[in-house]
Design a protein around this ligand. Structure first.
Ligand code: GLV
Ligand code: GLV
Length: 337
């Protein structure tokens, strides 16, 4: 039997794809930019497997146009770019990369919390631009004052793996932790994390820092709309490392301009890359990063390894270790035979 063909939409770090090559004919899109939808469609039609990123739109049209396609191995934990229901109906397996990026994303979240609270990026600009030098004083009692994190209330929206890893780190800052999720943790888990469940309204009203860790779904899209941003405490900080479309960015800009919120830190945006003339880029009290939650050498290599594990297990007729659409096994057995 000829090797099944896998189209990989970008080069991945590490040598995971070499391992995949023992089982698959691996075709890698070697440009820095994503393939266009048309290009992806053309490749998918000729492929038995795809490795996709969150920037690749895998809709029902693409799935239905690709009769050979059996597995989509997403190089991300989120998979809102893929029509999962359609994939399941057509017996196409979808896998993701949970777990391996939890700690890196929690670290970035904390980097953003501290950067926003202590105005790190603004302070860096202050030094480089010569503004500090112009003040003619090395130290002043009211220079670059920020917000103390220690002892404050942290509100975590979405208490999955990443939300919990953020909570664990908050212990070191002696924080009170409120969380909201559609699923409540067990009492033991709550106790271990020192986290208290709160309805969203109360979480927003009582938290000094609110951080988002939910997937993007129809329920979470626009969750932080104008009204809910208004429910946040005056002078609070909003951090988003999840998905851009969970927050109404225009409403956030307004709240920051009016001083309702003290600061915000965003790693994700409704449109990526974020256009540099977007009003949010004009504000001093925001920290902006280009969707780098999982961006460490270690994590991105582990994500590639997990993609390889999923593809190889599937090839061997086994259920892939991190299958998203578990019901698909009732539609078709794993493997290419
Ligand atoms: C990145 O945003 C991911 O979902 O892994
Ligand atoms: C993702 O890894 C999550 O469950 O938060």
């Amino acid at each position: 039997m000829a090797k099944p063909r896998v189209f990989v939409t970008r080069e991945l770090p590490g040598d995971a794809l070499k391992r995949v090559g023992e089982y698959y004919d691996v075709v890698v899109w070697d440009k820095y930019q994503a393939p266009s939808y048309e290009k992806l469609l053309e490749e998918a039609k000729r492929s038995d497997a795809l490795v996709t990123l969150l920037t690749d739109r895998v809709d029902c049209n693409l799935i239905e146009s690709s009769p050979r396609l059996r597995i989509i191995a997403q190089y991300a934990v989120g998979y809102d770019n893929i029509d999962i229901g359609c994939a399941t109906r057509h017996g196409v397996y979808v896998t993701n990369t949970p777990g391996v990026l939890t700690e890196a994303t929690a670290d970035l979240t904390w980097a953003l919390i501290l950067a926003a609270a202590r105005r790190i990026v603004e302070a860096d600009r202050f030094v480089r631009s010569g503004e500090w030098y112009k003040t003619g004083t090395g130290w002043h009692p009211t220079m670059m004052l920020g917000i103390e994190v220690n002892g404050k209330t942290l509100g975590i929206i979405g208490m999955g793996r990443i939300g919990r890893a953020v909570a664990r780190r908050a212990k070191g800052f002696n924080m009170r932790i409120l969380y909201y999720d559609v699923r409540r943790l067990s009492e033991d888990e709550e106790k271990e994390l020192g986290a208290e469940y709160a309805p969203l309204e109360r979480l927003l009203a009582e938290s000094d820092i609110v951080t988002i860790h939910t997937p993007l779904t129809p329920e979470t899209e626009g969750l932080m709309n104008r009204e809910r941003i208004r429910m946040m405490k005056k002078g609070a900080i909003l951090v988003n490392t999840a998905r851009g479309r969970i927050v109404d960015l225009d409403a956030l800009v307004e709240a920051l301009k009016e001083g309702h919120l003290a600061a915000a830190a965003l790693d994700v945006f409704p449109q990526e890359p974020l256009p540099p003339d977007h009003p949010i880029t004009k504000l001093d009290n925001v920290v902006l990063t280009p969707h780098i939650g999982s961006a460490t050498w270690e994590t991105r290599t582990k994500m590639a390894d997990l993609v390889a594990d999923n593809l190889i297990a599937f090839y061997k007729g086994e259920v892939p270790p991190t299958l998203v659409n578990k019901e698909v096994v009732k539609v078709r057995k794993p493997g290419f035979s």
